[in-house]
Design a protein around this ligand. Sequence first.
Ligand code: NAI
Length: 584
Amino acid sequence: MFFQKLKPSRIIKFLKNFHHNDAVCPSTLSGMDYLTDPRLNKGLAFTLEERQILGIHGLQPARVKTQEEQIELCKISLSRYTDSLNKYLYLNNLHERNERNFYRLISENIEQILPIVYTPTIGLVCQKFGLVYRRPKGLFITIHDKGYIYQVLKNWPENDVKLICVTDGERILGLGDLGASGMGIAIGKLSVCTALAGVDPSICLPIALDVGTNNETQLNDPIYVGLREKRISGSLYDEFLDEFMAAVVKKYGQYTLVQFEDFGNKNAFRLLDKYKKKYCTFNDDIQGTGAVVVSGFMTSERVTKKSMKNCNYLFFGAGEASIGIANLTVRALEKQGLNYKEACDKIFLFDIDGLITINRDLDEHKKKFAKNLPKTRNLMELIETIKPDFLIGASTVSGAFTPEILQKLARIHKRPVIFALSNPTHLTECTPEEALKHTNGQALIATGSPFPKFSFNGATFKPSQSNNAYIFPGMALGIIETQLKHIEDDLFLVAAETLSNHVTDEDLQFGSLYPPLTKIKEISLRIATNIMKYSFKKGYSGLYPEPDDKESFIRSKLYDYFYKPSLPSQWSWPQQSGKPKVLL
Ligand code: NAI
């Protein structure tokens, strides 16, 4: 039999010469590693030759499958689960068994799988994180590690980390303080960066900063995995964060992007202000949301035939999402020719205490939008007064855009534009169907959560989701490949314009302000390329030499989820043995 004829010296020579990929030197690997390491595992796709050389022959049934056949099986397996958390658990298990198939499955089935690995299911995953947690997929750094954060970072098995998603879990989606369970969203976001923008998973690192939680439900939940302590704040928190940022740069360098995720309102703005000129960092809840929604504003101009600079914007909810959108709207309006004050005057904020007016005690981010108007907590009255062209909900108040409000908007404007952004699904300010029904089909609507298509007045309507996943994967890819020391605000406008340019007339006919999710991969590449082009033009980039063909340069860096041979290409069977004999 061939296997017995193979001389041990030949196997050793093969192992010494063989580099499966840059990260793996199989001279330190056993055959079993190829079945248990999710980066090497190909399941039944190992050929007979590979099985024999790697010493795993007999550990698998005879059938050799293609990756395509495996993906079909994954789809069948996934469809057997009806509960979305169980679907997530299946995917989580796949991730831990076979990394390439996990990413290929998401990447080639975006519309079906994105809602499971990202919003809205990821919210539930975070709430039940103790149930979901199996194996390390990121780092937990607790407040007790203060003084030793660099040492904890060194425990992460990869040395070349370029993209970190970090959360302190204080405000997960619209679900509040989930403490260390926020790790779920950091893992989810980075999986999306790989699946939708081709960022190599080996350079991604999800991090949960466990500074405790004030959520009694989590603290009393036997399955909660974080510190059972109250959340710390004040100077101790600030020192911890400062040490974390410095440790990241010391370990991975200045060009590693730290994406802040789901921090509480106050800390999110404070930390962004503090670090944005010092580190390569952005906050997706603020800036990424700004880019995706402003892109929708830009697109709506093509339908309303009204320039953004001539419109009024009313934000219901004045938190991270709304301020991020408002800030980028100001930049977009400035680009259309308004000065800063004129642009701010177009924007009205309304929070839990009503309209943001100059006589209220406000933090810096809201002051510039404060209006010299009477105080009001009546949204309907305010709509009557300011006649907003755009009504943006980011309040987590379910059903806040009542039939009366929608009807009122339709009386004021021929094509009112409505963004009901609150997540998860049950918190939306209105559903797309409600928006159309109560405005006689006049409204242009986008939501934060996905909604199924439906028929309205005999036409098919495809609700568009203002999903941050249109922006952050491409931004992340562009930033890390361009090597930016810090991230200027204008780059988010570049991303917003790029996304808007991908909306076709056909999309608009179906009532969508965004392209289909299936186009995200193409859009991510285009955003990354435009980020690089713009950064070189502005002198932001640290990359040298400047690539002539930036798109090809970025393409060459993309993660490839297709299986590779597990044996070196120069490998050939020993002359004397001819073709391998099937042992079975
Ligand atoms: P946040 O907690 O920072 O802000 C919430 C805001 O809503 C606060 O200003 C609060 O005063 C206001 N609010 C609460 N109750 C209210 C009431 N009864 N009337 C008026 N205002 C009220 O939250 P953040 O980050 O701004 O997110 C808000 C929602 O937007 C969340 O559900 C989040 O999941 C969603 N979101 C959606 C995105 C998207 O669709 N792309 C992106 C980011 C956030």
